[in-house]
Design a protein around this ligand. Structure first.
Ligand code: CDV
Length: 313
């Protein structure tokens, strides 16, 4: 018997630096209502969905830096999203910059995503692990300064029971790393939500712009296939404050096939009805980890070939 979950990738076009949270939330509400009209169970928004991609700038003023982060979730600006989700009976996934404080007042900055259920309650939280880019400004046309603004997430890659399925999250650069998918795959993940802001044209000396769209889909398709899971990959894209970011938001099946994809670089919703049993079939057969995957053999390979892990640095 089919086990269905209907998902929407709610891609966002550019967000201006001076766009308020309220203005952004109005866009998110419109996307949510469109998804609800399609009878969707959960709508997936991008990484850092509430603001422009501020890590492209080297901001010095602490108060200004703090202004890009959310101190609590929900808060006054985002509360309407939670209320609309409850009213429409739709879940959502939202990426945002999070300011967290220890009991002693120590401040932490994370690139965070949450899962919200159909009653508007937060049921899962993830903090980005693979923080890309640099902390210091480089001599090149564009910057990607995430290391300046975010600590490495401290929650691992948990898998949650949500929407009658096992759901995991990763954020943007996390999707490029096989261990991201495998850690969730080992927990039986059936559906992965991943928002991204992927720039092109920064003038990186190893500029691979022409391959960036290919690597985006390659990461999702390989991760899904090798770990027998669905994924929803959602971009914030287009020309934002003069910088270009790829679109290509997609829904990917456990076969590795893209079953839905955005065609614009603007706000756009694509929908797919996903049969979780398609994931179960791959988990039962070719990617039956318990049956076929034997980590003790990997150790033997290292011992017999004398292979050493590469040196750090
Ligand atoms: N926001 C990101 O994590 N962006 C990275 C870029 C910098 C490579 C990405 O993986 O798309």
């Amino acid at each position: 018997m089919a086990r269905m979950i209907k998902v929407a990738a709610a891609q966002m076009g550019p967000t201006a630096r001076d766009e308020t949270r309220q203005e952004v939330v109005a866009r998110l509400l419109e996307l949510m209502r469109e998804a609800a009209g399609w009878g969707v169970d959960v709508v997936v928004y991008p990484e850092l969905a509430l603001t422009t991609f501020f890590p492209r700038w080297a901001i010095e003023d602490e108060d200004e830096i703090d202004s890009w982060y959310e101190r609590e979730m929900p808060n006054a600006a985002t509360q309407p999203l939670f209320e609309e989700a409850d009213k429409l009976g739709i879940g959502f996934h939202l990426g945002y910059a999070e300011l967290a404080f220890d009991a002693d007042g120590t401040k932490h900055r994370y690139n965070t995503a949450i899962i919200v259920d159909k009653t508007g309650a937060i049921t899962g939280k993830f903090r980005k692990i693979h923080i890309p880019g640099h902390a210091e400004v480089l001599d090149r046309p564009g910057q990607h300064l995430e290391k300046r603004y975010f600590e490495v997430g401290d929650l691992g890659f948990p898998v949650f029971r949500a929407f009658d399925s096992l759901v995991g999250m990763c954020i943007c650069n996390d999707r490029r790393w096989p261990e991201t998918w495998r850690v969730m795959g080992l927990q039986g993940v059936e559906m992965v939500f991943c928002g991204y802001n992927t720039p092109v044209g920064l003038g990186d000396p190893y500029d691979l712009d022409a391959l960036t769209p290919f690597h985006n889909h390659l990461s999702f398709q390989a991760g899904c296939y090798q770990n027998a899971t669905w994924a929803v990959g959602v971009a914030k894209c287009g020309t934002e404050e003069g910088f270009n970011m790829i679109g290509q938001s997609c829904i990917v099946a456990p076969s590795g096939e893209i079953v839905a994809q955005c065609s614009s670089i603007e706000d756009e919703v694509v929908v797919h009805q996903c049969d979780l049993n398609a994931a179960a079939e791959y988990k039962r057969d070719i990617f039956n980890f318990a049956y076929h995957r034997q980590p003790q053999h990997y150790r033997l390979i290292v011992e017999r070939t004398g292979a050493e892990p590469p040196a750090e640095g």
